[in-house]
Design a protein around this ligand. Structure first.
Ligand code: SF4
Length: 292
């Protein structure tokens, strides 16, 4: 059973938060502490909502996967692919129309073409999953306990790792017998960081379901260019290392707070702009840093 938490201001570690922190301190400030930058608050809110072609392929794919798995949970009837892809294209287009792309906002290109830059990849991601052994296996093995599936649960995936507040939001969780599987869907390139992320999902399951590490099976599933899975075996020694890492990273982020109990940041000037200008090319906030 997933445990609930009362809201507190305390800073919580997450993989994406610490990634942003290491990439550029100023980007981290804009992303997490915008309300303290009174002069730019409104502009930051607009820029935060910008998306990119790569992000949107992932975002749309996740929404479609949620629909697909929710449908699978309701009925074990074979999926009507013509109807599913008809729905997928319409839904993708609806989402696409609501988005502002940073490539267009910053005039790197005139427009993003849904037909050539977005939908072919979303379509391929869905097709790859539908053709995968994993989907077949879900039909055969996992449907028995479908009432216990978690499909993109609401919230931010809060948990505690050795009493530290942390967020590890799982995409899809399902039990098979005593074991619990967690699948994290990816549409981007493979990276060693994704395997590290799996430890966070294992920690989340361990905290909420009180499962032994050996019974937790975290998997990262790459949907593009082909369907491919990677997983890691985790035991208590890996988790000790992981916990130490979370502690170090949390403390590093605390260094930038003037009031840790309330998560109030130091002055903006304490958050340096990166010297790696290549990173700025992909940043939503480049207008504010005069790095357009
Ligand atoms: S534009 Fe560059 S310096 Fe400014 S927030 Fe983004 S990454 Fe950091």
């Amino acid at each position: 059973m997933v445990r609930k938490f009362e809201y507190t201001d305390i800073l919580g570690w997450s993989h994406s938060r610490y990634n942003t922190f290491t990439r550029c301190k100023r980007q981290y400030y804009y992303q997490y502490y915008a309300k303290y930058d009174l002069d730019n608050m409104v502009k930051i809110a607009v820029l935060k909502k910008l998306t990119s072609v790569a992000l949107e392929i992932g975002n749309i794919s996740h929404k479609l996967l949620k629909t697909l798995l929710t449908r699978l949970r309701k009925t074990a009837d074979e999926i009507d692919r013509v109807r599913f892809f008809d729905y997928a294209e319409r839904k993708s287009k609806d989402i696409f129309r609501t988005k502002i792309f940073q490539e267009v906002y910053y005039r790197d290109k005139n427009r993003v073409d849904f037909e050539t830059e977005i939908y072919p990849y979303v379509n391929a991601a869905m097709d790859n999953l539908l053709e995968s052994d994993r989907l077949q296996w879900l039909f055969e093995e996992a449907l028995v306990e479908k009432d216990d599936w978690l499909i993109e649960p609401d919230g931010y995936g809060e948990c505690r790792i050795d009493s530290m507040k942390a967020y590890c939001k799982v995409d899809f969780l399902f039990p098979i017998g005593d074991e619990i599987y967690v699948i994290d869907w990816k549409t981007g390139k493979q990276s060693g960081k994704h395997l590290e992320q799996l430890k966070g999902y294992a920690a989340w399951v361990h905290f909420h379901y009180e499962k032994d590490w050996s019974l937790i099976k975290p998997v990262v599933a790459y949907l593009l260019p082909e369907y491919e899975e990677k997983s890691v075996t985790i035991n208590e020694f890996d988790i000790e290392d992981f916990t130490e890492k979370i502690r170090r990273e949390t403390e590093a982020m605390y260094e930038f707070l003037q009031e840790p109990e309330l998560n109030i940041p130091k002055e903006k000037e304490a958050f340096d702009m990166t010297e790696n200008l290549k990173l700025c090319k992909f940043c939503n906030f480049r207008e504010l840093c005069d790095r357009v």
